[in-house]
Design a binder for this molecule. Structure first.
Ligand SMILES: Nc1nc2c(c(=O)[nH]1)N[C@H]1C(S)=C(S)[C@@H](COP(=O)(O)O)O[C@H]1N2
Ligand SMILES: [Mo]
Length: 309
């Protein structure tokens, strides 16, 4: 793989002039929010991020920061929900290099802080739904994945985008076992990946992403089950073949490639009709595409909805 210097990925590759001006204005008005009052839940090193304020208000209470950072799935640090909060501090999330390669005009690699400086960040408050039937509402900070992909110039034969998590058993004790064939892998169809809802998150609640939530950079795809949201990404690859994905490799009868939230299609071992919103007592009805159908249903026209999980 050819590794080039960070300057290969240019913000000007992704913006026309008008957009650029608007972004300048957004940046000028953006404010980093400080959460000093909340206490131990954010790591000491977390710095406020500059971002464009949220444009998609949702009328639902945000999940408390302590739950967002204390109840996680991150098998690299154990299979228990409290393991990531305990052990993810073993991972060094700085310095960190993200590589992009495969079917694109400008493959390369970039330092994570350079990436954060180069691409305007936005806040998005998203409903998140785990395949295990719990859900949260999380204020993410990140860059639209489409902006990064456009900057490397996908070739016309690129059809899929594949993602890989760091593989380093010294930093990730869960990788000393083999629940999953490491590294954790995920993928999207290129047109799904280009949808403006998809974020590469680098923060939450206005702060740098905590390790247990996938620092320094993780995928957020709010209309899909949580397992699609791969954490601590080191490599993004454009390809013409559908890439293998971790949960499909592990249990193909239980997890599909698409992983679209669908209350009408049960997991073979449990119902997906309802969910437990973390922090609430009564269960809620799960919405098709997790409530984002208006923005994404068109991506799946002509496909059998039962095959979209
Ligand atoms: N590398 C990696 N990414 C991962 C996982 C994982 O085990 N390893 N778990 C996934 C699952 S099943 C869920 S529900 C979400 C949870 O994200 P959160 O802990 O930030 O809420 O991360 C996803 N990304
Ligand atoms: Mo999940």
């Amino acid at each position: 793989m050819l590794i080039r210097n960070a300057p290969d990925l240019k913000d000007c590759d992704v913006t026309d002039e008008g957009l650029y001006l608007k972004r300048r204005q957004f940046i000028a008005g953006a404010a980093g929010i400080s959460f000093a009052g909340i206490g131990g839940a954010t790591p000491a090193a977390a710095a406020p991020l500059k971002f464009k304020p949220n444009r998609m208000e949702i009328d639902e209470t945000k999940t408390p920061l302590a739950d967002v950072t204390g109840y996680n799935n991150f098998y690299e640090f154990g299979t228990g929900k409290e393991d990531p909060a305990k052990y993810a501090k073993m991972m060094r999330s700085r310095p960190w290099t993200l590589s992009i390669d495969g079917l694109c005009e400008r493959p390369g690699s970039v330092d994570i802080d350079e990436l954060i400086r180069r691409f305007p960040l936005e806040e998005r408050i998203y409903r998140m739904r785990c395949v295990e039937a719990w859900s949260m509402v999380i204020p993410w900070v990140g860059l639209p994945l489409a902006n990064l992909l456009k900057s490397v110039g996908p070739k016309s034969n690129a059809k899929y985008v594949a993602f890989e998590t760091l593989r380093d058993p010294r930093q990730m004790p869960g990788q000393r076992g083999s629940v999953i064939q490491w590294p954790y892998r995920e993928a999207l169809r290129l047109d799904e990946a280009m949808n403006p809802l998809v974020l590469l998150a680098v923060g939450l609640y206005g702060q740098t992403l905590p390790n247990q939530n996938g620092a320094p950079i993780r995928l957020v795809v709010p209309w899909k089950y949580g397992f699609k949201g791969i954490k601590s990404i080191v490599r993004i690859r454009l390809t013409d073949r559908r890439p293998p994905t971790s949960w499909q490799m592990l249990a193909p009868a239980e997890y599909g490639f698409y992983g679209n939230v669908n209350p009408a299609v049960d997991h073979p071992r449990w119902s997906q009709a309802k969910e437990r919103r973390i922090g609430e007592f009564f269960r809620r009805k799960t919405l098709p595409f997790n409530g984002y159908g208006e923005q994404v249903a068109h991506l799946y026209r002509g496909l059998d909805p039962r095959k979209l999980y």
